[in-house]
Design a protein around this ligand. Structure first.
Ligand SMILES: [Zn+2]
Length: 210
């Protein structure tokens, strides 16, 4: 089973908490290249003077060797026409524009994370309106969308626990659990901690899965 958390940009307390709880198992962070690195430039003297020295997302993630970084689009902007489901890369958006944006993000993640980056594409909202072939042409070995992915926060509400366990036990198409650390509350973190510590689920690295 893959353990994945989405929308990684700022080094929020929730991100720190998520990484700390899951530090002994393989984790995928779906990172937004557009705004994950600019915090380094925005460190103010006030932050430096503060006792809690501000740790940029990049530094934070690098301190967890169990983490694999994958690309979550670019800036998580919606480009879908009105009335359509949210999508950064809808069919109607110029394909060359999509490719250019994705390539720039990929280059940036590779440069900053080196081998900690793995080229599986995770599109925002789990939607990609173009032929997947274009992703392999620019070096991706796979794509993770919502197929076989269990959303732990359906419409931002925590998944029903009874449903969760029944699904895990009976649905063998589920290969990935998708979290959104920034939406999680104390109770949700407790669930994650119990889940990781229970040893019930065998977690796989995305490098073995894709
Ligand atoms: Zn997202």
């Amino acid at each position: 089973m893959l353990l994945r958390t989405d929308d990684v940009d700022r080094p929020t307390d929730n991100l720190k908490r998520f990484l700390e709880i899951t530090k002994d198992v393989p984790v995928v962070v779906a990172a937004q290249p557009f705004d994950i690195f600019d915090d380094l430039e925005n460190i103010t003297q006030e932050m430096k003077d503060n006792d809690n020295w501000y740790v940029p997302t990049e530094t934070l993630i690098k301190s967890y060797t169990n983490v694999t970084v994958c690309q979550h689009g670019w800036d998580h902007k919606n480009h879908a026409p009105e009335g359509e489901k949210k999508n950064s890369y809808p069919e109607s958006r110029d394909v060359n524009e999509c490719i250019a944006e994705i390539m720039e993000g990929k280059k940036s993640l590779e440069k900053h994370f080196g081998d900690q980056f793995y080229p599986v594409f995770i599109p925002p909202w789990n939607r990609f309106g173009h032929n997947k072939q274009i992703l392999s042409e620019i070096g991706f070995v796979g794509m993770e969308d919502d197929e076989g992915t269990l959303d732990m926060q359906v419409n931002k509400e925590w998944i029903d626990e009874t449903y969760f366990w029944r699904k895990i036990e009976t649905d063998n198409t589920i290969h990935s659990l998708m979290f959104h650390h920034d939406w999680m509350n104390d109770e949700n973190f407790q669930f994650l901690e119990n889940l990781v510590n229970s040893g019930v689920i065998s977690w796989k690295s995305i490098r073995e899965s894709s």
